[in-house]
Structure formats: C-alpha cells, structure tokens
Ligand binder design. Structure first.
Ligand code: NAD
Ligand code: 022
Ligand code: ZN
Length: 375
C-alpha cells in the first residue's frame, strides 16, 4: 500500500513529507494507522546526525497512538480495530530479560530493531524501490506503520489519540522512573533536574507517589510555573543562587535531628553529564538514589568520587521508566482517563504532518513542552 510519511532523507536535513510504499504485515506483525505522534528528543538527536547509530533514509518517530487495521498470520493478542500505542521497548514475555522480572529491556527483537529492520531482517518501507529504514521499531512519522505484535500495547478506546501518544515515551518515562525505578515512597524528598517534557512527568509522578518536597531545578525561569502546575514545591535556578548548586540543595533538604541534608531521590532529566554528577551528589548520604533519565551525547562519560557511592548513594539509570509496555502502558492510559495524571496542558503545539519540521524548530528554540502531529 501507499502511505504518507515524513522521511529523514539525510543527517541535518529537514524531513521530507512524501508518499512511500508500505508492505503489509507478515507473521506476528500488525499494521497500524497512526492517528497522532509526539516529537521527542531522540528523533532530533538522530535527525541531526549526532547519533552514531542513526540510519538514513529512515522514518523517525517513536511516540505514537493509533488503530490496528490489519494483522499478519499467527497474531493472537490484538485484532483489527484495537487502539494501540507502539512500544520502542517491546515486551515479548518470553525472553530471558522479560522472564527475569528484573528489567524491562526485552531482548527478543533488539538486534534487528537497532538495525532499523523488522525481526525477519527486512524493511516494510520503500520508495521507488529503495529501502527506507524503520526507527526504534516504531516509525510513527508515517500515517501507517508495521510493528511486531509484541511491540504494541492495547489501550482503552475512549482515550484521545492526540494526548495518549505522549504515553508512548515522555509520560511513561517520567512517571515510570518515579514508580518503577526509584520506587518513591510517601513523604519522600526529591530533586528534579530539567523541567522539560520528561522532568514535568517526573514531577507529576512524585505528586502521585506522595512525595513531600519536590524541588525543580532549571536554568530557564520560564519553567517555574510549569513545575508548579504539576506539583513542584520549590524552584531553583542554578544561575541565580550565587554559589554552588549541590551545597545549596543539600541545605534546602535538611530534615530531622542529624541535619545532614540531601534528597531521598534525585532525577536527571537533562542529558547533561555535569548535571548527572550534581544530581548524585545532591542525594542523601546513606540512602539517596539518583536516577539518570537524560540520554547524553555519544561518547560522554560521568564522573564522581567513589566516596559518594561508598557512603551509600546509589546511581541508577532507566529506559522507558522501567515500564513493561504491554502491561504498564494500558494502566497509565487508564490513570489519565481517571484524572489521576494530566497530559493535555503539556501538549503545547498540534501540527499537521506537513508542518512537522516546525515541531523540530520549536524544540531547537526551547519553545513549549511537547509538539504533537495529528494525522
Ligand atoms: P527538554 O528539552 O524538554 O527539557 C530539558 C530541560 O532541561 C529544559 O527545560 C532545559 O532548560 C533544562 N536544562 C538544560 N540544561 C540544564 C542545566 N544545566 N541545569 C538544569 N536544567 C537544565 O527535554 P525532555 O524532552 O524533557 O528530555 C530530557 C532528556 O530525557 C533528554 O536527554 C531525552 O533524550 C531523555 N529521555 C530519556 C528517556 C529514557 O528512557 N531514559 C526517554 C525519553 C527521554
Ligand atoms: C526515548 N529515548 C530518549 C528519548 N526518547 C530513549 C533512548 C534510548 C533508550 C531509551 C529511551 C535506551 C536505553 C537503553 C537502550 N535504549 C538499549 C536497549 C537495549 O539495548 O536493550 C535504546 C532503545 C531503543 C533503541 C536504542 C536504544 C533503538 O530502537 N534504536 C530502548
Ligand atoms: Zn522519546
């Protein structure tokens, strides 16, 4: 069949919206009509050419929502008409990782996904006979896309596509980092570094978990009202405190008789390795946990003195908020429908597919929180 898609033709060039060929679903695969997709940082990272694993030509996009319109042989867990969210972290429930219960990083299709291919080693997308690569197993910048059935989460059909697409990455990553990775308890203190599309979801996850003190840190003062909107209790702009950030945060979080200070949980939502160090060192001696969510540039390294870890601080990372997609994503959609979490105010731009490059421009300019393409 033919479908309209925004094709990443080469690194550093704008996406080109065109008609491409899409082969139907093979065994174990499903054809999805994508109804909406968010534009996320990794898409920009790959399009810019900074991603050493980036492939071209490809169809980017990994934060979508849509409807199953066809299924290949042997598909049993979804059917035509189901509303689904594509999963860049699939959940096969059979590989050693899924069975371990210790990680959400399913390995069943990992190698081919990284190569921009379906599990059988081929691509479903082409244009004039030339192969176009898939991206993060999703390729949601296309009106129709093909995914393995293990890489779709079936969700409540009452939920609007143009907001729940954000659950395909940002919402689940932020809330999941709090609930699955950090396992934050009621009354905890927390610091969130970077109040963008991820950090704000960490903040609402902390509010959901019942944290007492939620400190937001951002170099941009315009983020303060955004943080407050979702539950932040204190705001710190590192440029405006007239001293070092870590001692400032340690002082701000002093509680109890020992007056040691440091937060129970800290979250890096910037991808900046200097910030990652600050986040670890601003966590509490003896038990503080610091969660790395931000993805740093290729080749970057993090550093701290081993003493920081010897004295009981824990450095952790998280992919997709530790969420098991087919199990956890439908629950988050239900939380949204029940009003337990908010999404709508974070979607600051709605675009057509033809306007998709504007979404990248807004990201470069730091304008808004999330842009969504509605098909
Ligand atoms: P964003 O650009 O919307 O937000 C980043 C925020 O950090 C901005 O508000 C910016 O002002 C702030 N910031 C920048 N430098 C800072 C500094 N030195 N100190 C404090 N604040 C600073 O980005 P986003 O969409 O929220 O994504 C954040 C990161 O999360 C990215 O690196 C992204 O790739 C990553 N991410 C990771 C996962 C995962 O599974 N681990 C999933 C999604 C996104
Ligand atoms: C999503 N991300 C950033 C912004 N939006 C993001 C990027 C990478 C990962 C997670 C989220 C990630 C963490 C660990 C891995 N990835 C490796 C997983 C593994 O090897 O099992 C990751 C993922 C997918 C891809 C590349 C890296 C890909 O499909 N190309 C989950
Ligand atoms: Zn993303």
């Amino acid at each position: 069949m033919k479908t309209r898609a925004a094709v990443a033709v080469a690194a550093g060039k704008p996406l080109e919206v065109m008609e491409v060929d899409l082969d139907g679903p093979r065994a174990g695969e499903v054809l999805i009509e994508v109804k909406a997709t968010g534009i996320c940082h990794t898409d920009e990272f790959t399009l810019s050419g900074a991603d050493p694993e980036g492939l071209f030509p490809s169809i980017l996009g990994h934060e979508g929502a849509g409807i199953v319109v066809d299924v290949g042989p042997g598909v049993t867990t979804v059917q035509k008409g189901d509303h689904v969210i594509p999963l860049y972290t699939p959940e096969c429930r059979q590989c050693p990782s899924c069975l371990s219960r210790k990680t959400n990083l399913c390995t069943a299709i990992r190698t081919t996904q990284g190569q921009g291919l379906m599990p059988d080693g081929t691509s479903r997308f082409s244009c004039n006979g030339e192969r176009i690569f898939h991206y993060m197993g999703c390729s949601t910048f296309s009106n129709f896309t093909v995914l393995p059935e293990t890489a779709v989460a079936k969700v409540n059909p009452d939920a609007p596509f143009e907001t729940i697409c954000y659950i395909g990455c940002g919402v689940t990553t932020g809330i999941g980092a709090v609930i699955n990775t950090a396992k934050v308890e009621q009354g905890a203190t927390a610091v969130v570094f970077g109040l963008g599309g991820i950090g704000l979801n960490v903040i609402q996850g902390l509010r959901l978990a019942g944290a007492d003190m939620i400190i937001g840190v951002d170099v941009n003062n315009a983020k303060k009202p955004w943080g407050e909107r979702f539950g932040m209790t204190h705001f710190v702009n590192p440029k405006e405190i007239g001293g070092d950030l870590v001692p400032y945060l340690v002082n701000l979080t002093k509680r109890g008789a020992d007056q040691i200070g440091g937060a129970d949980y800290t979250f890096d939502c910037t991808g900046n390795t200097t910030v990652m160090r600050q986040a670890l060192e601003a966590s509490h001696r003896g038990w503080g946990q610091s969660i790395v969510i931000g993805v740093a540039g290729a080749g970057q390294e993090i550093a701290t003195r081993p003493f920081q870890l010897v004295t009981g601080r824990v450095w952790k990372g998280t992919a997709f908020g530790g969420a098991r997609g087919r199990t956890d994503v439908p629950k988050i959609v239900d939380w949204y429908l029940a009003g337990k979490i908010e999404i709508d105010p974070m979607i600051t731009a709605k675009l057509t597919l033809d306007e998709i490059n504007k979404g990248f421009d807004m990201m470069h300019a730091g304008e808004g929180i999330r842009s969504v393409v509605v098909y």
